[in-house]
Design a protein around this ligand. Structure first.
Ligand SMILES: Cc1ncc(COP(=O)(O)O)c(C=O)c1O
Length: 448
C-alpha cells in the first residue's frame, strides 16, 4: 500500500472514531474478558462434525423439521377451524398445485393409487377394456388398471432412461385400448411426444403416472400437464412427501375435472345426490394444510436432489467405477447402451429429459449377483439402498393369467436384476454422500 494512502486511511479512521465522551456513553459496560484458554480436547472433538457412520435411504424428518414452524401453524389452523373434510384447506392446496403444474384443474385425492383409479373411472375404463402401461413400474400402476376390471397390457422399457418404449406401445394398440399410462419413472418424464402421437391418432386418452415426478418437465412442459390426466402421489418418500397417504389428479379439461370431483366424493357434488357410483377418494383437509408449505419448497428440494445426483455422477466417474448411460443427446429412437464400455461396473442414471427431479438415483450394477453383493456391502456400512423394482409386472404372480414368461420383456428383466437406488434426498449432506461413494468405490476396488 502506498504511504499516502496509508496516511489518509489513518486520518479517516481517527475522524470516524467516536470522541472520548461519546465513546464512554456507547461503551455501557466493560466487556467481559474472553477466556484465552484453548478448548479442552474433549470440547474440540465435540465441535468437529461427527464422522459419518450411517446413511439412511430416506429421512423425511429432516425436510419436515426445517419447516416445523409452518407445519405447526397449519396444524393449529385446522385445530381452530375444525373443517377436516374438503373446504378451504383443500381448495387452496389444489389451486397451489394447479399453478405449480401448469394446469387449470387439480383435484386432491386420497393417494396416488386412488388418483389412477379415479382417473380411469372418469375416462370410463371398465371390464373388457385394455390399458397399456410399462411392466417396469411400481405395482400401483398395474394394480389400479386391474381393479377397474380392465386388462393391463404390459410393454417393455427403454434401456437408458428406463421409461416405457413408445414404439412398443404403438404395436399394442387394439380396438379395445381405452387408455395409455406412461410412468415418469424415478423423477424423469417418459418420452411423451411419440406416445401422444399414437394416442391422438387413435383418440385414446393418456394418463401420466406422475407419482414420482412432481415438477419434472418434458420439453419444458410440467409432468401432469402433458397428457389427458396426471396422477400424483404425496407418499412420504416422494419429493413433496406428506404425512401419510395423499394424491392428486390434474387435467386441463373442465368436464373431466368435474367428473373426477364427483367420483372422489361417492359420485356426487351435491350431498345425498349420486349421479354415479364413485368412492371416498378425498384428500384430508389436514393433509392438504400440511402439504401446502412442503409444495412451497418443491423447487428447493429438486435443486438439492439434482446437485446430489451430479455429485454422485462426478465422483463415480472420477473413481472410474461408473459412467452415465448416455449416447445420443436426447432420449430418441436411438436409445442404446453402447456408449458405456463393457468393463465399467456401473451405469449411472441418464438425464434425457429437460428436468429430471431425481425422486431416485438408480444405478445399474453389471455382472451376475453384483447388485445384491453391493447392496449387502452397503448394508454392512449402515447405508440404506433399495431395489426398485426386483420383479416387473408381467412376472407378478397375481397377473399369471396373462400368460407372460421370463424373457418376454428382456430390458425390464435386466433392469430388475441390476437396479439399485442410493440415498438422494434433498437434505443429504455432502459428507454422507461421500461416505456412500467411498463404500461403493471400495466395493469395486477393495485395494484402492
Ligand atoms: C409409479 C407409481 N405409481 C403409483 C404410485 C402409488 O402412489 P401411492 O403410494 O400414493 O398410492 C406410486 C407410489 O409409490 C408410484 O411410485
Amino acid at each position: 500500500m502506498k504511504k499516502t494512502t496509508k496516511k489518509a486511511l489513518k486520518k479517516a479512521a481517527k475522524k470516524a472514531a467516536p470522541k472520548k465522551s461519546l465513546a464512554k456513553t456507547v461503551r455501557a459496560k466493560k466487556p467481559v474478558a474472553r477466556a484465552k484458554v484453548a478448548p479442552k480436547a474433549s470440547l474440540r472433538a465435540s465441535l468437529k462434525p461427527a464422522p459419518v457412520t450411517a446413511v439412511p435411504l430416506l429421512d423425511p424428518r429432516r425436510a419436515n423439521n426445517a419447516i416445523e414452524g409452518k407445519l405447526k401453524a397449519a396444524f393449529d389452523r385446522c385445530l381452530k377451524h375444525g373443517q377436516f373434510i374438503n373446504g378451504p384447506e383443500v381448495e387452496a392446496f389444489e389451486k397451489q398445485c394447479a399453478d405449480y403444474m401448469g394446469v387449470e384443474h387439480a383435484i386432491g385425492v386420497s393417494s396416488g393409487t386412488d388418483a389412477l383409479i379415479v382417473a380411469m373411472m372418469a375416462l370410463d375404463v371398465k371390464a373388457g377394456d385394455e390399458v397399456i402401461c410399462p411392466t417396469y413400474t411400481f405395482f400401483a400402476t398395474a394394480g389400479s388398471i386391474w381393479r377397474t376390471g380392465a386388462k393391463p397390457v404390459f410393454v417393455d422399457i427403454k434401456p437408458r432412461c428406463m421409461n416405457v418404449d413408445p414404439d412398443l406401445i404403438a404395436k399394442e394398440i387394439t380396438p379395445r385400448t381405452k387408455a395409455i399410462i406412461p410412468v415418469h419413472l424415478f423423477g424423469q418424464c417418459a418420452e411423451m411426444e411419440p406416445i401422444l402421437d399414437v394416442a391422438r391418432a387413435k383418440g385414446i386418452p393418456v394418463i401420466e403416472d406422475c407419482a414420482q415426478a412432481i415438477g419434472a418437465e418434458y420439453q419444458g412442459r410440467r409432468a401432469g400437464s402433458i397428457g389427458t390426466v396426471g396422477c400424483f402421489s404425496f407418499f412420504p418418500s416422494k419429493n413433496v412427501g406428506g404425512f401419510g397417504d395423499g394424491g392428486l389428479v390434474t387435467t386441463k379439461e373442465g368436464a373431466l375435472a368435474q367428473r373426477i370431483r364427483a367420483l372422489r366424493n361417492h359420485g356426487g357434488l351435491q350431498q345425498y345426490t349420486h349421479n354415479e357410483v364413485g368412492g371416498n377418494f378425498r384428500l384430508d383437509a389436514l393433509q392438504a394444510a400440511l402439504l401446502a408449505p412442503k409444495l412451497e419448497h418443491a423447487d428447493q428440494y429438486t435443486a438439492a436432489r439434482q446437485k446430489n445426483a451430479q455429485l454422485y455422477t462426478d465422483l463415480f466417474v472420477q473413481a472410474g467405477v461408473g459412467a452415465p448411460d448416455q449416447g445420443e443427446p436426447a432420449c430418441s429412437v436411438h436409445c442404446h447402451r453402447a456408449s458405456v464400455p463393457q468393463d465399467m461396473p456401473m451405469l449411472l442414471p441418464a438425464a434425457c429429459q429437460s428436468r429430471h427431479v431425481y425422486n431416485q438415483y438408480v444405478v445399474r450394477v453389471r455382472g451376475q449377483g453384483q447388485r445384491d453383493a453391493l447392496q449387502a456391502a452397503l448394508k454392512a456400512k449402515n447405508i440404506g439402498s433399495a431395489v426398485y423394482y426386483p420383479r416387473p409386472m408381467h412376472l407378478q404372480p397375481c397377473f399369471a393369467s396373462l400368460g407372460f414368461r421370463e424373457g418376454d420383456m428382456p430390458v425390464s428383466e435386466a433392469a430388475a436384476r441390476e437396479s439399485l437406488a442410493l440415498p438422494i434426498y434433498s437434505e443429504l449432506t455432502e459428507a454422507e454422500l461421500r461416505y456412500v461413494v467411498e463404500a461403493v468405490v471400495s466395493f469395486f476396488n477393495p485395494k484402492a
